[in-house]
Design a protein around this ligand. Structure first.
Ligand SMILES: [Zn+2]
Length: 407
Protein backbone atom coordinates (compact mmCIF):
# COMPACT_ATOMS: atom_id res chain seq x y z
CA UNK A 1 0.00 0.00 0.00
CA UNK A 2 2.53 2.55 -1.15
CA UNK A 3 0.48 5.62 -1.74
CA UNK A 4 0.37 9.09 -0.39
CA UNK A 5 -3.14 8.81 1.03
CA UNK A 6 -2.44 6.69 4.08
CA UNK A 7 -3.91 7.83 7.35
CA UNK A 8 -1.64 8.43 10.32
CA UNK A 9 -2.63 5.44 12.41
CA UNK A 10 -2.61 3.16 9.41
CA UNK A 11 0.94 4.19 8.52
CA UNK A 12 2.03 3.51 12.07
CA UNK A 13 0.67 0.00 11.91
CA UNK A 14 2.34 -0.81 8.64
CA UNK A 15 5.83 -1.09 10.10
CA UNK A 16 6.77 -4.72 9.84
CA UNK A 17 7.31 -5.46 13.51
CA UNK A 18 4.18 -3.58 14.53
CA UNK A 19 2.16 -5.53 12.00
CA UNK A 20 3.70 -8.73 13.31
CA UNK A 21 2.76 -7.91 16.89
CA UNK A 22 -0.68 -6.68 15.90
CA UNK A 23 -1.43 -9.84 13.96
CA UNK A 24 -0.37 -12.07 16.87
CA UNK A 25 -2.73 -10.12 19.13
CA UNK A 26 -5.54 -10.47 16.58
CA UNK A 27 -5.03 -14.17 16.00
CA UNK A 28 -3.98 -15.36 19.43
CA UNK A 29 -5.32 -12.70 21.80
CA UNK A 30 -5.96 -12.31 24.66
CA UNK A 31 -2.19 -12.68 24.94
CA UNK A 32 0.53 -11.40 27.28
CA UNK A 33 3.50 -9.24 26.28
CA UNK A 34 5.88 -12.07 27.26
CA UNK A 35 4.06 -14.54 25.05
CA UNK A 36 4.12 -12.07 22.12
CA UNK A 37 7.91 -11.74 22.52
CA UNK A 38 8.25 -15.52 22.52
CA UNK A 39 6.14 -15.99 19.38
CA UNK A 40 7.65 -13.13 17.36
CA UNK A 41 11.26 -13.57 18.48
CA UNK A 42 11.31 -9.85 19.28
CA UNK A 43 13.01 -8.72 22.51
CA UNK A 44 10.68 -7.92 25.44
CA UNK A 45 11.66 -4.19 25.39
CA UNK A 46 10.86 -4.02 21.64
CA UNK A 47 7.48 -5.63 22.27
CA UNK A 48 6.79 -3.21 25.11
CA UNK A 49 7.61 -0.24 22.86
CA UNK A 50 5.44 -1.48 20.03
CA UNK A 51 2.57 -2.29 22.39
CA UNK A 52 2.78 1.23 23.81
CA UNK A 53 2.60 2.72 20.33
CA UNK A 54 -0.36 0.52 19.45
CA UNK A 55 -2.11 1.63 22.64
CA UNK A 56 -1.83 5.23 21.47
CA UNK A 57 -3.76 4.42 18.29
CA UNK A 58 -6.46 2.74 20.37
CA UNK A 59 -6.34 -0.43 18.28
CA UNK A 60 -5.48 -2.68 21.23
CA UNK A 61 -6.67 -2.81 24.80
CA UNK A 62 -5.81 -4.62 27.98
CA UNK A 63 -8.27 -7.35 28.68
CA UNK A 64 -8.56 -9.87 31.49
CA UNK A 65 -5.69 -11.18 33.60
CA UNK A 66 -3.99 -14.33 32.42
CA UNK A 67 -2.90 -17.46 34.28
CA UNK A 68 0.21 -16.91 36.32
CA UNK A 69 2.87 -19.47 36.96
CA UNK A 70 3.51 -17.83 40.32
CA UNK A 71 3.98 -14.13 41.04
CA UNK A 72 2.03 -11.31 39.42
CA UNK A 73 -0.61 -12.33 36.90
CA UNK A 74 0.22 -11.07 33.38
CA UNK A 75 -2.09 -8.53 31.73
CA UNK A 76 -3.46 -9.81 28.45
CA UNK A 77 -3.89 -7.78 25.27
CA UNK A 78 -6.67 -7.94 22.67
CA UNK A 79 -7.79 -5.95 19.64
CA UNK A 80 -10.34 -3.19 20.25
CA UNK A 81 -12.62 -3.93 17.29
CA UNK A 82 -14.44 -0.61 17.32
CA UNK A 83 -11.28 1.50 17.45
CA UNK A 84 -11.19 1.60 13.65
CA UNK A 85 -13.57 0.91 10.79
CA UNK A 86 -13.33 -0.30 7.21
CA UNK A 87 -15.56 0.41 4.23
CA UNK A 88 -16.39 -2.65 2.13
CA UNK A 89 -17.93 -2.48 -1.35
CA UNK A 90 -19.44 -5.39 -3.29
CA UNK A 91 -19.94 -4.46 -6.94
CA UNK A 92 -22.26 -7.11 -8.35
CA UNK A 93 -23.98 -7.39 -11.70
CA UNK A 94 -27.27 -5.84 -10.57
CA UNK A 95 -26.39 -3.91 -7.43
CA UNK A 96 -23.72 -2.21 -5.40
CA UNK A 97 -23.55 -2.90 -1.69
CA UNK A 98 -21.49 -0.65 0.58
CA UNK A 99 -20.95 -1.36 4.27
CA UNK A 100 -19.09 0.01 7.22
CA UNK A 101 -17.61 -2.69 9.43
CA UNK A 102 -15.41 -2.82 12.49
CA UNK A 103 -12.14 -4.74 12.78
CA UNK A 104 -14.03 -7.99 13.42
CA UNK A 105 -15.86 -7.40 10.12
CA UNK A 106 -19.09 -6.83 12.05
CA UNK A 107 -21.23 -4.69 9.79
CA UNK A 108 -22.65 -1.56 11.40
CA UNK A 109 -24.15 0.16 8.35
CA UNK A 110 -25.20 -0.93 4.90
CA UNK A 111 -26.34 0.79 1.72
CA UNK A 112 -27.58 -1.04 -1.38
CA UNK A 113 -28.21 0.59 -4.75
CA UNK A 114 -29.35 -0.97 -8.01
CA UNK A 115 -27.10 -0.69 -11.04
CA UNK A 116 -29.16 0.58 -13.95
CA UNK A 117 -28.91 -1.12 -17.33
CA UNK A 118 -26.30 0.40 -19.64
CA UNK A 119 -24.48 2.23 -16.83
CA UNK A 120 -21.37 4.10 -17.95
CA UNK A 121 -17.99 3.96 -16.24
CA UNK A 122 -18.37 7.50 -14.88
CA UNK A 123 -21.86 6.70 -13.53
CA UNK A 124 -20.66 3.53 -11.84
CA UNK A 125 -17.76 5.31 -10.15
CA UNK A 126 -20.12 8.08 -9.07
CA UNK A 127 -22.48 5.46 -7.64
CA UNK A 128 -19.66 4.02 -5.52
CA UNK A 129 -18.64 7.46 -4.30
CA UNK A 130 -22.22 8.46 -3.37
CA UNK A 131 -22.77 5.23 -1.46
CA UNK A 132 -19.57 5.64 0.50
CA UNK A 133 -20.64 9.17 1.49
CA UNK A 134 -24.06 7.85 2.50
CA UNK A 135 -22.53 5.19 4.73
CA UNK A 136 -20.06 7.56 6.37
CA UNK A 137 -22.86 10.06 7.12
CA UNK A 138 -25.19 7.38 8.49
CA UNK A 139 -22.54 5.83 10.66
CA UNK A 140 -21.52 8.99 12.41
CA UNK A 141 -17.92 7.76 12.64
CA UNK A 142 -15.10 10.29 12.37
CA UNK A 143 -13.05 10.08 9.21
CA UNK A 144 -9.89 9.35 11.22
CA UNK A 145 -11.35 6.07 12.41
CA UNK A 146 -11.77 4.73 8.87
CA UNK A 147 -8.61 2.96 7.74
CA UNK A 148 -9.40 1.98 4.19
CA UNK A 149 -11.80 0.89 1.48
CA UNK A 150 -11.94 -2.65 0.09
CA UNK A 151 -13.74 -3.41 -3.16
CA UNK A 152 -14.90 -6.83 -4.40
CA UNK A 153 -15.59 -6.36 -8.10
CA UNK A 154 -17.05 -8.98 -10.43
CA UNK A 155 -15.15 -9.85 -13.59
CA UNK A 156 -11.43 -9.58 -14.30
CA UNK A 157 -9.54 -7.35 -11.91
CA UNK A 158 -5.97 -6.07 -11.87
CA UNK A 159 -5.61 -6.15 -8.08
CA UNK A 160 -2.17 -4.51 -8.16
CA UNK A 161 -3.39 -1.33 -9.82
CA UNK A 162 -6.96 -1.61 -8.58
CA UNK A 163 -8.46 -1.57 -12.06
CA UNK A 164 -11.55 -3.54 -13.11
CA UNK A 165 -10.21 -4.86 -16.42
CA UNK A 166 -13.43 -6.35 -17.76
CA UNK A 167 -16.91 -6.59 -16.31
CA UNK A 168 -18.71 -8.66 -18.99
CA UNK A 169 -22.22 -8.17 -17.62
CA UNK A 170 -21.86 -4.38 -17.49
CA UNK A 171 -19.89 -4.26 -20.75
CA UNK A 172 -17.29 -2.03 -19.08
CA UNK A 173 -13.52 -2.18 -19.35
CA UNK A 174 -10.54 -0.70 -17.49
CA UNK A 175 -12.44 1.07 -14.69
CA UNK A 176 -9.91 2.91 -12.49
CA UNK A 177 -11.61 2.11 -9.16
CA UNK A 178 -8.63 2.45 -6.83
CA UNK A 179 -7.37 5.68 -8.37
CA UNK A 180 -10.83 7.30 -8.34
CA UNK A 181 -11.76 6.35 -4.78
CA UNK A 182 -8.33 7.24 -3.37
CA UNK A 183 -8.50 10.66 -5.01
CA UNK A 184 -12.00 11.24 -3.60
CA UNK A 185 -11.56 9.95 -0.06
CA UNK A 186 -7.80 10.12 0.64
CA UNK A 187 -7.95 6.58 1.99
CA UNK A 188 -6.05 3.50 0.85
CA UNK A 189 -8.20 1.42 -1.51
CA UNK A 190 -7.75 -2.27 -2.35
CA UNK A 191 -9.65 -3.79 -5.28
CA UNK A 192 -9.98 -7.51 -5.89
CA UNK A 193 -12.10 -9.87 -7.95
CA UNK A 194 -15.29 -10.64 -5.98
CA UNK A 195 -14.72 -14.40 -5.70
CA UNK A 196 -11.17 -13.83 -4.49
CA UNK A 197 -12.39 -11.30 -1.91
CA UNK A 198 -15.04 -13.80 -0.85
CA UNK A 199 -12.42 -16.51 -0.37
CA UNK A 200 -10.36 -14.22 1.83
CA UNK A 201 -13.44 -13.32 3.87
CA UNK A 202 -14.27 -17.00 4.31
CA UNK A 203 -10.67 -17.67 5.35
CA UNK A 204 -10.72 -14.98 8.04
CA UNK A 205 -14.31 -15.02 9.25
CA UNK A 206 -15.90 -18.20 7.91
CA UNK A 207 -14.95 -21.86 7.96
CA UNK A 208 -11.40 -21.26 6.72
CA UNK A 209 -9.82 -20.03 9.97
CA UNK A 210 -7.43 -22.93 10.47
CA UNK A 211 -7.24 -24.01 6.85
CA UNK A 212 -4.10 -23.46 4.78
CA UNK A 213 -5.40 -24.52 1.37
CA UNK A 214 -8.98 -23.86 0.33
CA UNK A 215 -11.17 -22.91 -2.60
CA UNK A 216 -14.28 -20.78 -2.36
CA UNK A 217 -16.67 -21.05 -5.31
CA UNK A 218 -19.20 -18.33 -5.99
CA UNK A 219 -22.15 -19.68 -7.96
CA UNK A 220 -24.59 -17.01 -9.01
CA UNK A 221 -25.11 -15.24 -12.32
CA UNK A 222 -21.58 -16.37 -13.15
CA UNK A 223 -19.27 -18.85 -11.47
CA UNK A 224 -15.91 -17.77 -10.09
CA UNK A 225 -13.63 -18.99 -7.38
CA UNK A 226 -10.94 -17.77 -5.05
CA UNK A 227 -8.04 -20.09 -4.35
CA UNK A 228 -6.07 -19.82 -1.14
CA UNK A 229 -2.80 -21.73 -1.10
CA UNK A 230 -0.61 -21.78 1.98
CA UNK A 231 -2.78 -19.09 3.56
CA UNK A 232 -2.49 -16.68 0.65
CA UNK A 233 -4.75 -15.75 -2.22
CA UNK A 234 -3.43 -17.24 -5.43
CA UNK A 235 -3.66 -14.95 -8.46
CA UNK A 236 -1.54 -16.67 -11.10
CA UNK A 237 0.37 -14.64 -13.67
CA UNK A 238 -2.51 -12.46 -14.88
CA UNK A 239 -4.92 -12.68 -12.00
CA UNK A 240 -7.29 -15.09 -13.74
CA UNK A 241 -6.50 -18.05 -11.46
CA UNK A 242 -9.76 -19.41 -10.12
CA UNK A 243 -11.94 -18.73 -13.20
CA UNK A 244 -13.50 -22.15 -12.80
CA UNK A 245 -16.73 -20.95 -14.46
CA UNK A 246 -14.90 -20.93 -17.79
CA UNK A 247 -13.41 -24.40 -17.59
CA UNK A 248 -14.81 -26.57 -20.37
CA UNK A 249 -17.50 -29.15 -19.67
CA UNK A 250 -18.56 -29.79 -23.29
CA UNK A 251 -16.81 -28.34 -26.32
CA UNK A 252 -20.12 -28.28 -28.19
CA UNK A 253 -22.12 -26.92 -25.27
CA UNK A 254 -24.09 -23.64 -25.01
CA UNK A 255 -22.49 -20.29 -25.81
CA UNK A 256 -20.83 -18.56 -22.82
CA UNK A 257 -20.39 -14.83 -22.09
CA UNK A 258 -16.64 -15.34 -22.62
CA UNK A 259 -17.19 -16.23 -26.28
CA UNK A 260 -16.43 -19.95 -25.90
CA UNK A 261 -18.82 -22.85 -25.85
CA UNK A 262 -19.71 -25.23 -23.07
CA UNK A 263 -18.07 -23.54 -20.07
CA UNK A 264 -19.14 -24.77 -16.59
CA UNK A 265 -21.06 -21.49 -16.17
CA UNK A 266 -23.39 -22.44 -19.04
CA UNK A 267 -24.29 -25.67 -17.21
CA UNK A 268 -24.52 -24.72 -13.54
CA UNK A 269 -25.02 -20.97 -13.02
CA UNK A 270 -28.37 -19.25 -12.41
CA UNK A 271 -29.19 -18.74 -16.10
CA UNK A 272 -28.51 -22.43 -16.88
CA UNK A 273 -30.94 -23.47 -14.15
CA UNK A 274 -33.56 -21.13 -15.59
CA UNK A 275 -33.00 -22.40 -19.15
CA UNK A 276 -33.23 -26.05 -18.11
CA UNK A 277 -36.38 -25.40 -16.09
CA UNK A 278 -38.02 -23.60 -19.03
CA UNK A 279 -37.09 -26.41 -21.42
CA UNK A 280 -38.79 -28.91 -19.16
CA UNK A 281 -41.88 -26.75 -18.70
CA UNK A 282 -42.17 -26.22 -22.45
CA UNK A 283 -41.97 -29.97 -22.97
CA UNK A 284 -44.90 -30.30 -20.60
CA UNK A 285 -43.11 -31.73 -17.57
CA UNK A 286 -45.41 -31.52 -14.56
CA UNK A 287 -43.84 -29.11 -12.06
CA UNK A 288 -44.80 -26.74 -9.26
CA UNK A 289 -42.43 -24.12 -10.70
CA UNK A 290 -45.26 -22.81 -12.94
CA UNK A 291 -47.48 -22.24 -9.91
CA UNK A 292 -44.66 -20.57 -7.96
CA UNK A 293 -44.19 -17.97 -10.72
CA UNK A 294 -47.99 -17.67 -11.04
CA UNK A 295 -47.87 -18.79 -14.64
CA UNK A 296 -45.51 -15.97 -15.71
CA UNK A 297 -42.60 -17.91 -17.18
CA UNK A 298 -40.47 -14.74 -17.37
CA UNK A 299 -40.12 -15.07 -13.63
CA UNK A 300 -38.69 -18.58 -13.69
CA UNK A 301 -35.30 -18.35 -11.99
CA UNK A 302 -33.03 -20.30 -9.67
CA UNK A 303 -35.02 -19.10 -6.67
CA UNK A 304 -38.33 -20.41 -8.08
CA UNK A 305 -36.75 -23.77 -8.93
CA UNK A 306 -35.36 -23.99 -5.40
CA UNK A 307 -38.76 -23.13 -3.89
CA UNK A 308 -40.35 -25.92 -5.93
CA UNK A 309 -37.60 -28.40 -4.97
CA UNK A 310 -38.13 -27.57 -1.29
CA UNK A 311 -41.82 -28.35 -1.73
CA UNK A 312 -40.85 -31.80 -3.04
CA UNK A 313 -41.19 -31.14 -6.77
CA UNK A 314 -39.35 -33.97 -8.59
CA UNK A 315 -38.57 -32.02 -11.76
CA UNK A 316 -37.18 -29.03 -9.85
CA UNK A 317 -34.94 -31.38 -7.86
CA UNK A 318 -33.76 -32.93 -11.12
CA UNK A 319 -32.84 -29.49 -12.51
CA UNK A 320 -30.78 -28.65 -9.42
CA UNK A 321 -29.18 -32.11 -9.36
CA UNK A 322 -28.05 -31.58 -12.93
CA UNK A 323 -26.47 -28.28 -11.97
CA UNK A 324 -24.79 -29.94 -8.97
CA UNK A 325 -23.52 -32.80 -11.12
CA UNK A 326 -21.54 -30.48 -13.40
CA UNK A 327 -20.32 -28.45 -10.46
CA UNK A 328 -19.26 -31.74 -8.87
CA UNK A 329 -17.18 -32.67 -11.93
CA UNK A 330 -15.39 -29.33 -11.82
CA UNK A 331 -14.86 -29.59 -8.07
CA UNK A 332 -13.48 -33.13 -8.49
CA UNK A 333 -11.06 -31.79 -11.13
CA UNK A 334 -10.10 -29.00 -8.79
CA UNK A 335 -9.47 -31.38 -5.90
CA UNK A 336 -7.33 -33.61 -8.09
CA UNK A 337 -5.31 -30.59 -9.24
CA UNK A 338 -4.98 -28.55 -6.03
CA UNK A 339 -5.84 -30.99 -3.24
CA UNK A 340 -7.35 -28.35 -0.90
CA UNK A 341 -8.59 -29.16 2.59
CA UNK A 342 -11.84 -27.28 2.13
CA UNK A 343 -14.19 -26.27 -0.69
CA UNK A 344 -16.78 -23.64 0.19
CA UNK A 345 -19.81 -22.82 -1.93
CA UNK A 346 -21.32 -19.37 -1.92
CA UNK A 347 -23.47 -17.09 -4.08
CA UNK A 348 -27.16 -17.05 -4.93
CA UNK A 349 -27.34 -20.55 -6.44
CA UNK A 350 -25.63 -22.06 -3.39
CA UNK A 351 -28.82 -21.26 -1.45
CA UNK A 352 -30.16 -24.47 -3.02
CA UNK A 353 -28.02 -26.14 -0.33
CA UNK A 354 -28.37 -29.91 -0.10
CA UNK A 355 -30.01 -30.11 -3.53
CA UNK A 356 -26.62 -29.12 -4.94
CA UNK A 357 -24.33 -30.54 -2.28
CA UNK A 358 -25.60 -34.11 -2.55
CA UNK A 359 -24.80 -34.58 -6.25
CA UNK A 360 -21.53 -32.65 -5.82
CA UNK A 361 -20.42 -34.96 -3.00
CA UNK A 362 -21.46 -38.06 -4.94
CA UNK A 363 -19.40 -37.07 -8.00
CA UNK A 364 -16.41 -36.10 -5.86
CA UNK A 365 -16.62 -39.45 -4.07
CA UNK A 366 -16.64 -41.18 -7.45
CA UNK A 367 -13.89 -39.23 -9.20
CA UNK A 368 -11.35 -38.03 -6.68
CA UNK A 369 -8.17 -40.06 -6.52
CA UNK A 370 -7.42 -40.99 -2.92
CA UNK A 371 -9.62 -41.93 0.07
CA UNK A 372 -8.35 -38.94 2.00
CA UNK A 373 -9.02 -36.52 -0.89
CA UNK A 374 -12.53 -37.99 -1.18
CA UNK A 375 -13.03 -36.73 2.36
CA UNK A 376 -12.34 -33.10 1.36
CA UNK A 377 -14.87 -30.97 3.23
CA UNK A 378 -17.39 -29.37 0.87
CA UNK A 379 -19.79 -26.99 2.55
CA UNK A 380 -21.84 -23.82 2.21
CA UNK A 381 -20.31 -20.48 3.19
CA UNK A 382 -20.68 -19.41 6.80
CA UNK A 383 -21.02 -15.79 5.67
CA UNK A 384 -24.11 -16.24 3.50
CA UNK A 385 -25.17 -13.33 1.35
CA UNK A 386 -22.74 -10.96 3.09
CA UNK A 387 -19.75 -13.07 2.00
CA UNK A 388 -18.43 -10.83 -0.75
CA UNK A 389 -18.80 -7.60 1.16
CA UNK A 390 -17.14 -9.12 4.25
CA UNK A 391 -14.44 -10.29 1.85
CA UNK A 392 -14.06 -6.70 0.62
CA UNK A 393 -13.63 -5.54 4.23
CA UNK A 394 -11.09 -8.33 4.78
CA UNK A 395 -8.96 -7.02 1.89
CA UNK A 396 -8.23 -3.95 4.02
CA UNK A 397 -7.82 -5.94 7.24
CA UNK A 398 -5.29 -8.20 5.52
CA UNK A 399 -3.27 -5.15 4.52
CA UNK A 400 -3.37 -3.96 8.13
CA UNK A 401 -2.71 -7.16 9.96
CA UNK A 402 -0.69 -9.46 7.73
CA UNK A 403 2.97 -8.47 7.47
CA UNK A 404 3.64 -10.02 4.05
CA UNK A 405 0.19 -10.02 2.50
CA UNK A 406 1.56 -9.06 -0.90
CA UNK A 407 4.90 -10.84 -0.61
ZN1 LIG B 1 -16.95 -19.08 -20.54
Amino acid sequence: MNNAHVTGSFKLMKSLNRTLVLNIIRKDGPISRAEIAKRTNLTPPTVTNIVNELFETGIIKESQMGQSSGGRKPILLTIEPTSHYVIGIDVGVHKVKVVLADLNASITNESITKIKKGITEAELLQLLIENVYTIVEQANVTKEKIVGIGVGMHGMVDHIHGVALYAPNLQLKNIPIKQTLEAEFSLPVTVENDAKALALGEKWFGYGADIENMVCINVGIGIGSGIILQNKLFHGKDGIAGEIGHTVIDENGPMCTCGNKGCLQTFSAGEAIRTRALEGINKGKPTAIVEIVKGNLDNVDGEAVFEAAKAGDAFAKEVLTESGKYLGMSIANLINVLNPELVVLSGGVSRAGEFLLQPIRAIVEERVLTPSAKDTTICLSKLGQQGTVIGAVTLVLAEMFVPDVNA
